[in-house]
Every structure is written in C-alpha cells, then in structure tokens.
Design a protein around this ligand. Structure first.
Ligand SMILES: NC(=O)C1=CN([C@@H]2O[C@H](COP(=O)(O)OP(=O)(O)OC[C@H]3O[C@@H](n4cnc5c(N)ncnc54)[C@H](O)[C@@H]3O)[C@@H](O)[C@H]2O)C=CC1
Ligand SMILES: CC(=O)C(=O)O
Ligand SMILES: [Mg+2]
Length: 627
C-alpha cells in the first residue's frame, strides 16, 4: 500500500486522514496525493453531474453525496467502491472479447443494443429517428427478445443511469426525491419492481431495462415526447439467490419486502409521483402475479384516491389476445359474433393468463347478452392448465383469481377429464379451436400437443405461443406449421420469421404482443384527459386492433399488423380510446382542447387530433435565454 508522508499526516484533519487511509487500502498501487483529496467546488447538481465525465462517479457516489448533490433516486441503490466499478466494467469487456473469439450468437444483439444505447445517451432525437425508421430491425433489440438478455446482463452493461430508482431504504424520502428528476412535466411512467421480467423471473433492480424498453415504444409508436417519459425501478430487494450473492449486483442485496411493508413502499411512490406530476399515467409492468392483481385493484378501485394507471401484463395483454382471438374467428370465414363458440385452452394462470381469460370471457358474455346465463356460458369455453395441470373445483388452495374459471365437477365426467389433467390430455379431449400459452415454458406446445390439436373442431386451429422472450415461446411457427399445415394460425410474443411452406405458400408468423396496445392506451388516455382508464377504454382499444386487419389479410392468417405499422395502429387505438372516454363522460380535455370540443370531433377529426399531438424526431429551433 502507498504510504502517507509525515507532512501530509500532520496537515490533514483526523476524519480526512481516515478517508485517505481507506482510499489507499482500496487503491494499493495508486499514488494518492493531497491534491486528490482537495474538495472540488461544483456549480451543478443532479443529472448535470452524472452527465459530466469529469465529476461523474456513477454508482460510487455515497448516500450522503447523493443527498448533498441532488442525486438520490437517479442511481441504482447499491453504493459500490471504485474497484467494484472496474470489476463490473472488466467483466463486460472480457465477455465481449471472449465472444468475439468464440462467437456465441447472443453477442450480436447485445452489441447492437450497446451501440443504440450509446446513441440514446448522446442524441435522443437521432436515436428515435433511427429506431422509428428501422423499427422492424431494432424493436427486437430495444424490446423483446434482446431487452431480456440486457436485463440478465445489466451489471456489465450499465453505463449511464436512465430513469429513477426508489428503494425500500428511501422510505420517507420519496416525496422529495421525485424533485431530483429534471423534467417539470412527465406524461408516462413505466414502473417495475423487477420481480417477473418477461418469462425470466426475478431480475431485481436489473429489470429497469424493461421499463426503458417499453418507454422506447411509447416514444417510437405513440409519439410521447421523450423528455416526458420516466422509467422507474422500485427496489424492494430480490429473491434471486444468484443476484443476492453477486458482488457486482446493482440493487439491494436483501430478500424482497412482503405484505404491508411492500405495499407501503408502492403507496409512497404513487403518492410522490402523482403529487409532483398530477397528470402522469403510470403503467405497471412485470410485477409478479400476486402483486399485479392486488395493486391494480388497489390503485384503480380501492384507495380513497384512484390513480391514472393500468397494468400492462394483465390488461394490455388481454386486449391484444382478444384482438387475435377475434382475428382467428374471422380467419375461419366466420363473423366475430361467433367468438363465444370458440373452445380455448389456456396454458398459464399467472397475471397474463388470468387477465386474458377474464377479459375474453367478458367479451364473449357481452356478445351473448351480458346476463348471468351469458357469463356462465362464456366461462365454460375456457380450460386453464397451470404447472399442476387442469384447474378444477377439486383443487385444494385454488388461487382466488383462477377460481371463477375452475372447471366444474359436473362438467368433468362427461369430458373425461379430472383435476390436474395434463395439457396434452386436455387438448385431446376438448379438441379446442385455440391453444394459448402464457406459461413462460419454452416448448410446452410439444409435438404431442400439436398432434392432438390436429383433431381441433376448428377449420383453422390457432396457436398463440405468447411467452417471452423467444426461448420461452411455447412453440415455434416452424413446429406449428409443420404439424398442423398451412391452415394453422400462429402468433408469438416475440418475433419469428414467416415460414416458407413451399409451392409459394407462406405460414404467417404474427407477433401477438401487448406492444400493439399499451402505447395507444397511454396516448389516448393522455389526450382525452380521462382521470381513470376504464374497462370500456381498454375494450375500445382491443376492438380497434381487432378490426385493423382487412378481410384479405385475415384470411391469409395475418391477424396482427406488422411492426412497421405500429405507429399507425397506435394512432388508431389512441383515437378509439379518446372517443370511448368522451362517450363515458370521462374525458376532461388536454391542453387547449377542452372536453366539450373533444366531444364535437368526428372519428376522422379525432384521429387527426391524435396525429397532430404525436412527437416526431426532428431538431427544433433553439433559442438562448439567460433566466
Ligand atoms: N405476449 C405478450 O404480450 C405477453 C407475454 N407475457 C408472457 O407471459 C408469461 C407469463 O407471465 P405471467 O402470467 O405474469 O407469469 P407467472 O409466472 O405469474 O405465470 C406463469 C403461469 O404458467 C404456469 N405454468 C408453469 N409451468 C407450466 C406448465 N408446464 N404447463 C402449464 N402452465 C404452466 C404457472 O403455474 C403460472 O400459472 C411470461 O413469459 C411473459 O413474458 C406476459 C405479458 C404479455
Ligand atoms: C410483453 C410483456 O409485457 C411481457 O412479456 O411481460
Ligand atoms: Mg410485461
């Protein structure tokens, strides 16, 4: 270790001397002089420090420094030493070198992400222009599947912080912390607690990547101004044992808070952001199922204050699935009103699966007259299979969210099924029109399951392998078309290429992902000025997506738009949301468009209104002002 000269020892106050000893012990080969211990006078605060390479020290800022310099919440909560920062950097660098030599395929999408991320840090306008003009190529990089890989490798990839971090250690501080964010106006927040990132499980604080990716689509697809979006990570710990032991992990290394303690952290966050930005919309993303439903209920219906929020995995996914299911009915040459006759087997009873069954059965019930008989009839069209097999009334400890859809004892006998029946058994006995996977289990729709689907009562059996990222898809389009032939309808959560079936025939691979709805739901809510996001607004969004594809496309098996049309479909979805908000008298107007004027707009005028409010990536004229 370098030694401290006697003169220097004499000239330093005891606490300074202690810190210098500490510094030297962390940097054994470094020559540390009094010069590097002299305080530096700063004329900036908050993000300006983080963006200044001379002053920035990233995750090594101590908590007291973060408080003193207005940085609290702008960095991941784990304070690390400069040596740990170097270890993290070297991990990433050596991984790249190794991959460059040995060449596993993961490195290419990650390298693209890095290049895009650097551009994002340097020039937002150019970044979004590149993304929007090449959305087909780069959506799979900034969003699923690569964003999953990014979250899994976040400690190595982390460079400049983006978004805000609230941790359980910030209890009591959040109301002041939100003022550390530099923007006076925030329209959209995407918040996660990292507990279920795509189908990859608990990634803790590294899950911030998904909130960033979703907001990239808000900008690219919905034209939300990038200066008014805010990705948020709420770090309440992690139950991922690997991360708990990883010295390079960026989050709190303790188990997740549970129960009322957990809820109080989220409550405090909601109160803080809605206090500073009363018009913000908060999208909950990738919360584990047990919290997804509870928080949705709490902030939508329960608290004295209801918030302008929705849960994308529960509600966005449901709308996208309904649109696809209606598309599958049309692809059979049948009218949408035949939807309640479809038999649907759903694999997965989490936030996404139960969200889909809830909303799809409500859509069926509405078509059947919206009474008790209609609801009962709609319910009986669904068979839910989870990790323990078919869910029936016989199951002990049945999840309350799944209970309404548990198959009744009376139905089981004549179907030849019983509690816990396997997916393949269920498909064999039910002969469903649709199998829909939201299980996060790659390959779950095995050869056997797809073979069983050959006996489907539908002329065009539909396979929705919706789990993300790619490796979690329940099957690939190649597997589906090979077994079920050209008539099959296929959709997946992450993108796949179309399949060449020979003789000029193509097996269309649709992307059934909530990205076709959440940007329009957010934009429509913003532009309507509605204070809540009603079921009717969500339904209107789903119906607009369902009717977007024309007859010819649907008959070819194209049930969702290509990603190249995402900005157009988002505009249409947003307009449908605005009109529904007006019809339900929820719209309060936006900027100089008041509620009465909104109500006078025709359908075309509403679409035009949405279009003119969408941000585009062009450089504005800049004017210098001194105050
Ligand atoms: N395409 C899209 O737009 C969306 C896709 N998803 C995907 O859905 C998946 C699930 O998400 P959550 O519902 O929140 O997760 P979750 O973990 O709460 O639920 C997973 C469900 O699958 C069940 N499961 C596990 N193994 C199974 C098996 N062998 N057979 C049948 N079921 C099985 C579990 O019992 C559980 O009910 C994730 O992969 C996620 O990426 C989620 C939202 C949107
Ligand atoms: C797409 C999405 O929201 C998910 O996989 O969780
Ligand atoms: Mg999600």
């Amino acid at each position: 270790m370098a030694s401290i000269s006697r003169n220097l020892r004499r000239s330093l106050a005891p606490d300074r001397l202690r810190r210098l000893h500490l510094l030297l012990s962390q940097h054994p080969r470094e020559y540390v002089t009094a010069e590097c211990h002299r305080p530096v006078v700063l004329h900036k605060r908050g993000p300006d420090i983080l963006h200044d390479p001379w002053f920035n020290r990233g995750t090594a800022f101590s908590m007291t420094e973060r408080d003193r310099l207005g940085l609290r919440g702008l960095l991941p909560p784990n304070v690390v030493s400069s040596q740990q920062q170097i270890d993290r950097f070297m991990l990433d660098l050596t991984r790249l070198q190794k991959y460059a030599r040995d060449g596993p395929s993961d490195t290419y999408p990650l390298a693209k992400w890095r290049i895009l991320n650097r551009l994002h840090d340097r020039n937002e306008t150019m970044y979004y222009k590149v993304l929007m003009e090449n959305i087909e190529e780069y959506a799979p990089i900034v969003y699923t599947p690569t964003v999953g890989l990014v979250c899994q490798n976040y400690s190595g990839l982390f460079r400049r912080p983006r978004g805000m971090y609230f941790s359980s250690e910030d209890r009591g501080e959040m109301m002041s912390m939100v003022y550390n964010w530099p923007a006076d106006q925030v329209d959209m927040i995407v918040v996660t607690d990292g507990s279920r990132i795509l189908g990859l499980g608990d990634l803790g604080v590294h899950g911030i990547g998904i909130a960033i990716g979703k907001l990239d689509l808000y900008v690219a697809a919905a034209g939300i101004n990038p200066q008014r979006v805010l990705p948020v990570m709420i770090d309440v710990g992690t139950n991922n044992e690997k991360l708990l032991k990883d010295p390079l992990y960026l989050g709190l290394q303790e188990h997740r808070l549970e129960g009322d303690e957990y809820v109080s952290v989220i409550d405090e966050f909601m109160e803080a952001v809605f206090t500073r930005w009363p018009n913000v919309i908060v999208q909950f993303e990738d919360f584990q199922t047990k919290w997804a439903f509870r928080l949705l209920q709490r902030y939508r219906c329960d608290t004295p204050k209801t918030y302008r929020m929705f849960n994308d995995d529960v509600q966005g996914t449901a709308g996208v699935a309904i649109a696809g299911l209606l598309g599958a009915v049309r692809a059979q040459g049948r009218p949408m009103i035949d939807f309640p006759k479809q038999k649907i087997v759903v694999a997965g009873a989490g936030s996404a699966g139960i969200g889909v069954v809830n909303a799809a059965s409500r859509t069926m019930a509405r078509m059947l007259g919206n009474n008790e008989v209609a609801f009962e009839s709609a319910r009986s069209q669904f068979w839910i299979v989870d990790a323990h097999g078919l869910i029936t009334e016989d199951r002990a400890d049945i999840d309350p969210d799944a209970r309404p859809f548990a198959r009744r004892k009376a139905e089981l006998g004549h179907q030849g099924l019983s509690e816990g029946a396997s997916l393949v058994e269920v498909v064999k006995k039910v002969k469903p029109d649709v199998v829909l996977g939201l299980s996060a289990v790659g390959g779950l729709f095995s050869k056997e399951v797809l073979e069983a689907l050959k006996d489907s009562s539908s002329s065009r059996p539909a396979i929705f392998a919706m789990s993300n990222p790619t490796k979690n898809a329940e099957c690939t389009p190649g597997e589906a078309f090979e077994i079920l032939g050209e008539k099959a309808i296929f959709a997946s959560g992450s993108p796949f290429h179309d399949v060449d079936l020979g003789d000029g025939k193509i097996g269309h691979s649709n992307q059934g992902n909530n990205m076709y709805l959440f940007p329009g739901i957010g934009l429509g809510t913003l532009l309507s000025g509605a204070r809540v996001i009603s079921d009717g607004m969500l339904q209107a969004a789903a119906e607009r997506l369902a009717s977007y594809m024309n007859e010819e496309e649907v008959l070819q098996g194209i049930i969702y738009p290509p990603i190249s049309r995402i900005r157009d479909i988002t505009k249409e979805v947003a307009a449908a949301v605005v009109r529904e908000a007006v019809a339900e008298e929820l719209a309060e107007g936006y900027r100089d468009m008041d509620a009465r004027e909104l109500a006078r707009l025709s359908e075309e005028e509403t679409i035009e209104y949405v279009k003119t409010n969408m941000w585009s990536p062009v450089y504005p004229t800049m004017i210098y002002k001194t105050d």
